[in-house]
Design a binder for this molecule. Structure first.
Ligand code: AQP
Length: 333
């Protein structure tokens, strides 16, 4: 039986962090064995917010290294760099021409990023979800493993599919988002009411490549209770518990929860245990990263194989789209 196609991507706007990992990439690693997966480093998305060209190059390479180090296996999935396949942007143009601007102006990330970078409210930022829809539809993906923040984008991709299929005939499947049950939204360490994000600065997140001292320092500084709470666990403390549950052992997690419920917990102990669990988990990942960084030839080969495979699928889809929309092939002269 043919395996369902999966697509997802990550912006090389900084280093892969624990939010990206727990919200999306951990699922990618699992799904690569069961589905036909295409995963992209979406560098065209990264240039919609302020960036430095040299850093973008390094971040793109580091993103690839991080993804491999946490367990993506190039013999089990297809890895691509978005800007190296022009079909992504070409399909985005076609889809953009059937997408009402009103749909895009309502997208929460457009509002957030516009407020964050008022001097850089560019067209790419507005049309970001159309490019994301193109990324998914180019591969006719049916499943899109993402964190919670991406749900409005996947919903928009579904609306674009309905509109396209209605106007030009059945072409694309409606993609479904796949969000993890407990880790769909990992919170920032410094501003725990916001999601962990590269753009909130390095203290707000733990990156996959952080060394043990840095991990410890960041976790020990994490915001816990910022004031009296109405009996509910504060977002900072809840976030530490989530990290401990994901990286530590269940017994320890339970013991700290009991202490919290009895009102005898010392946050310093919770932080030390959480930091130790993260450091332990990241240790083999760091080793794999170091090894991969020493083999640029291997990285190039991985990307070449990925591109070859992805471009076969991408060209087939684009040809079909162009035929259906009266662009290019099928024209009568
Ligand atoms: N805090 C998070 N919790 C759970 N999932 C998250 N994701 C991102 N942050 C969290 C998921 O990670 C995948 C890759 O995200 P991305 O790099 O493409 O873009 P992003 O969501 O914009 O990530 P950042 O870190 O917040 O980047 P900046 O600051 O550059 O915008 C996605 O599936 C995302 O849901």
């Amino acid at each position: 039986m043919e395996r369902k196609r999966v697509f997802s991507g990550s912006r090389p706007s900084g280093r892969l962090h624990l939010g990206n990992y727990l919200g999306a990439v951990e699922n990618w690693v699992k799904m690569q064995h069961e589905y036909d997966c295409v995963f992209a480093i979406v560098d065209h998305h990264a240039i919609t917010t302020p960036f430095d060209p040299r850093e973008l190059q390094t971040n793109t390479r580091d993103m690839l290294v991080d993804l491999l180090a946490v367990g993506l296996d190039p013999s089990e999935c297809t890895l691509v760099i978005q800007s190296e396949l022009p079909q992504h942007t070409e399909l985005a143009w076609i889809l953009g021409s059937i997408t009402p601007i009103g749909w895009l102006q309502r997208v929460p990330t457009f509002k957030e990023k516009s407020e964050m970078h008022p001097d850089n409210v560019n067209l790419g930022l507005l049309s970001y979800p159309v490019l994301q829809a193109a990324d998914i539809l180019l591969y006719k993906a049916e499943v899109v493993p993402v964190g919670e923040d991406q749900l409005p984008h996947v919903e928009l991709a579904r609306e674009i599919v309905r509109r396209f299929n209605h106007r030009f005939g059945d072409t694309f499947p409606e993609p479904e988002a796949e969000v993890p049950r407990h880790t769909a939204r990992i919170m920032s360490l410094t501003e725990p009411e916001k999601k962990m994000s590269k753009s909130l600065g390095p203290d707000s997140y733990i990156s996959i490549g952080d060394d043990p001292e840095t991990v410890k320092e960041k976790v020990m500084k994490a915001v816990t209770d910022t004031g009296p709470t109405s009996g509910e666990m504060s977002p900072g403390v809840a976030n530490l518990f989530t990290l401990l549950r994901e990286f530590g052992d269940e017994k320890q997690h339970r013991e700290f929860l009991d202490e919290y419920e009895e009102g005898i917990i010392r946050y310093v102990d919770l932080k030390e245990a959480t930091a130790a669990a993260i450091i332990d988990t990241l240790q083999p990942v760091r080793k794999r990263r170091q090894k991969l960084l020493q083999s640029p030839q291997r990285l190039r080969e991985i990307m070449e194989t990925g591109h070859e495979r992805a471009s076969t699928i991408a060209c087939t889809t684009l040809r079909e789209v162009k035929e259906r929309t009266g662009l290019g092939p099928g024209r009568e002269f």
